[in-house]
Design a protein around this ligand. Structure first.
Ligand SMILES: [Zn+2]
Length: 451
């Protein structure tokens, strides 16, 4: 029997439009989707409410709580979770070589991987993240364990076994032996995920780490595999001054052009960071319908520039938000959407007050809270081409129920959303649903069936 939630909710249909409805009836049907939504103004409202009460399938969300779409983390390195917040004051290549690669190498140990991944996936769910696009490590066994844990805990996950085989840019104890090994490992991983997760709650992603860490033959072969399988691709793109220049030096072209030439830039691709894009790169990404995972916290440390979120949203590129664990220290997309707003403001105003005010920043760069909310929800869903990220008929029932912080004044719905998003802690995320199933519950006081 279908469950009906009686709740107030926010949902972003577009970057510029967030819907708010009070005390609507949202029916969850057995295939994990939203079966129907009845608003208070609907003539069938009372009849539907009475029917749900009679069959004892009504869950009335307690006053002061709101339902939001689950957040979608578009860029997360699962094996980097143990070093969240560590060495962020080092340059990117130093951070990779001295901290990140040695840590990821430890995931050859399946017990270690199991302990870390259980904690990470649980932490993300408690922060309202219902879907995540993960980079694993180079180890298939550990990556399959991550997939198993996501399925057990009920998180929608897109996982890649990381390919990195360039001896000049990867350490001897943490690299794929050669192109052939990297390709066969990827094929094996794809097959295993598809066999073990036929319900597609977990799906495989082709994952060249980034151009510097892959040999040319490997990029060629992965591009052919992407063409053959039509699977999603994830990689880093024009992430920092060093990385962007490395690709220019090696290929004489930017990341975006090189990825496109290898068949790795298409409508199934998610490119992380992209802070160093040229105008031509931006146009190419739009034309190819690839998506960008904007990681504002990580960019503050490693991006060497502020991502032009507003400009690219206005050009209708596909953009979502990523934590970039552990290039960003926080597992929370709340923290990242707050930072997205803050960073866009700094891009607009500039950072050096010795320059004249009108030439210090980039005009029209500021994004609104609504736009940041869109990025964390519907923008991420569009980037992954999944039927989620909005509270809407036929969408997957992936959402979070959040208690508002104490209020001492009357707020408009728009201000209520901003207050909710900026005054949040994980303590206030009371319940999380994925596919219509309750996968996390903080305590049981978020609903009141006496009403
Ligand atoms: Zn990354």
């Amino acid at each position: 029997m279908a469950i009906t939630l009686k709740t107030s909710y926010f949902s972003a249909n577009s970057p510029n439009h967030v819907e708010f409805h009070e005390q609507s009836l949202i029916e969850l049907i057995e295939n994990g989707q939203i079966g129907q939504i009845i608003h208070q103004s609907d003539p069938d409202y009372q009849k539907t409410l009475t029917a749900a009460q009679t069959t004892d399938q009504l869950i009335t969300i307690a006053p002061g709580h709101y339902l939001l779409p689950g957040f979608i983390d578009l860029h997360n390195h699962a094996p980097q979770w143990p070093q969240a917040g560590i060495a962020l004051d080092r340059p990117l290549n130093d951070w990779l070589n001295h901290y990140t690669f040695p840590l990821e190498a430890r995931f050859a140990d399946l017990d270690y991987a199991t302990a870390v991944y259980r904690d990470l996936v649980h932490t993300l769910l408690t922060n309202g993240t219902t879907s995540a696009l993960y980079f694993g490590s180079i180890h298939n066994n550990a990556n399959l364990k991550l997939a198993e844990i996501c399925a057990q805990l009920g998180q929608r996950a897109f996982i890649g076994t990381v390919v990195m085989d360039n001896p000049e840019q990867t350490p001897a104890n943490y690299r794929d032996v050669n192109s052939a090994t990297a390709l066969s490992k990827t094929r094996t991983f794809i097959q295993a995920i598809q066999n073990q997760h036929p319900d597609q709650l977990v799906q495989p992603v082709i994952t060249p780490r980034f151009i510097p860490s892959c040999q040319t033959e490997t990029l060629t072969q992965l591009g052919r595999l992407a063409q053959e399988t039509q699977l999603r691709v994830q990689t880093h793109c024009s992430q920092s001054t060093w990385e962007h220049q490395y690709v220019l030096d090696r290929f004489g072209q930017t990341d975006s052009v090189v990825l496109q030439q290898f068949g790795l830039l298409n409508q199934h691709a998610v490119l992380a960071h992209a802070t160093q894009l040229t105008t031509a790169d931006q146009q190419l990404i739009k034309t190819e319908q690839a998506a960008i995972a904007h990681c504002p916290l990580s960019n503050a440390y490693f991006g060497n520039g502020v991502f032009p979120t507003k400009q690219l949203l206005d050009q209708q590129l596909k953009i979502g938000l990523g934590t970039d664990i552990a290039g960003g220290y926080s597992p929370s997309l709340y923290t990242n959407l707050q930072t997205a707003v803050t960073a866009s403001q700094m891009r607009q105003d500039g950072v050096d007050a010795r320059l004249p005010a009108d030439s210090r920043g980039v005009a029209d760069s500021r994004i609104t809270t609504e736009e940041a909310f869109y990025l964390a929800t519907a923008g991420g869903a569009a980037s992954l081409a999944i039927n989620a990220g909005q509270i809407k008929l036929g969408m997957l029932a992936d959402f979070q129920i959040v208690q508002a912080a104490p209020q001492f004044t009357t707020l408009t719905p728009a201000d209520q959303l901003t207050h909710l998003l900026f005054n949040h802690t994980a303590q206030q995320i009371k319940a999380v649903y994925v596919n219509g199933q309750l996968v996390h519950q903080k305590e049981q006081n978020w609903y009141d069936n006496a009403q």
